[in-house]
Design a protein around this ligand. Structure first.
Ligand SMILES: CCCCCCCCCCCCCCCC(=O)SCCNC(=O)CCNC(=O)[C@H](O)C(C)(C)COP(=O)(O)OP(=O)(O)OC[C@H]1O[C@@H](n2cnc3c(N)ncnc32)[C@H](O)[C@@H]1OP(=O)(O)O
Length: 180
C-alpha cells in the first residue's frame, strides 16, 4: 500500500511539473464531452499531451468510478481511452500538416468508429493511470491507433481504436451532426 502511495505522489508531481504544458483539450473551447470536455463540470476532464510520437494522459480516478470495490470501472476505462485517442487523432492531423497551430484552419473533428478494449489486469482505482497512444496508420479520413493503460508500471488494458474525421471546416456544407 505504501508503495502505491509513493508512486501516486511521483505521478502527481510529474503532472504538476507540467505547469507550462499546453494540453490538447485546452485548445478545444466549448467542449462539453463527458470524457474530455473542460466545459462539462460533471465530466472526467482528461488532459493529453505529446511525448515524442506518443500522446500521454495521466488521469486520477475517484471512488465513484469504482467497478468492483477498489477496481476501476471498465466503462470509465473505455471512456478515457476513447477521448484520449480522439484528441490524439485530431492533433496528429495538425502535426502532419506541417505542425500547424491547433487553432488554425481548417478545423478537423474526429469521432470514434471502433474501440476495442482488452482488459488485461484489474486496474486499481486509487492511483493515477497513464494512457499512452500511438498512431499506427492514417488512411483517408481514418486514423488507426493503439492505446495502452498503465497503473503502477503495470499494463492493465490495451485498445485498438479507429477514429474517423467527421468534420472538416474547409469541406463543410449543409448539416453536420458533429458541428455542435
Ligand atoms: C460548438 C462546439 C464546439 C466543439 C469544440 C471542439 C470539440 C472537441 C473535441 C471533442 C472530442 C469528443 C470525442 C468524443 C468521441 C466520441 O464519443 S464520438 C461519438 C461516438 N461515435 C459516433 O457517434 C460515430 C457514429 N458513426 C458515424 O457517425 C459514422 O458511422 C462514421 C463513423 C462517421 C462513418 O461514416 P461515414 O462517414 O459514412 O464513413 P464511410 O465514408 O462509410 O467510411 C470512411 C472510411 O471509414 C471506415 N469506417 C467507417 N465506419 C467505421 C467504423 N465504425 N469503424 C471503423 N472504420 C469505419 C470505412 O471503412 C472507410 O474506410 P476506407 O474504405 O476509406 O478505408
Amino acid at each position: 500500500m505504501g508503495n502505491h502511495h509513493s508512486k501516486k505522489n511521483i505521478m502527481i508531481a510529474t503532472q504538476e511539473n507540467e505547469g507550462n504544458q499546453i494540453f490538447f483539450q485546452h485548445t478545444m473551447p466549448n467542449n462539453v464531452c463527458f470524457g474530455c470536455g473542460h466545459e462539462n463540470h460533471e465530466g472526467l476532464k482528461i488532459k493529453s499531451h505529446w511525448e515524442g510520437d506518443a500522446s500521454v494522459c495521466v488521469w486520477e480516478s475517484q471512488e465513484k468510478y469504482n467497478g468492483w470495490k477498489g477496481i476501476m470501472n471498465g466503462g470509465i476505462i473505455a471512456t478515457i481511452i476513447d477521448c484520449h485517442t480522439m484528441a490524439t487523432a485530431t492533433m496528429h492531423a495538425y502535426k502532419v500538416e506541417g505542425n500547424r497551430p491547433w487553432n488554425s484552419d481548417p478545423e478537423y473533428r474526429y469521432a470514434t468508429g471502433t474501440l476495442t478494449v482488452k482488459y488485461l489486469k484489474p486496474t486499481p482505482n486509487d492511483v493515477p493511470v497513464k494512457l499512452v497512444a500511438r498512431v499506427t496508420e492514417v488512411k483517408g479520413r481514418k486514423t488507426v491507433m493503439t492505446c495502452e493503460l498503465w497503473s503502477n508500471d503495470q499494463k492493465t488494458a490495451e485498445a485498438d481504436v479507429v477514429a474517423i474525421r467527421v468534420y472538416d471546416s474547409s469541406q463543410q456544407n449543409g448539416d453536420n451532426p458533429f458541428k455542435g
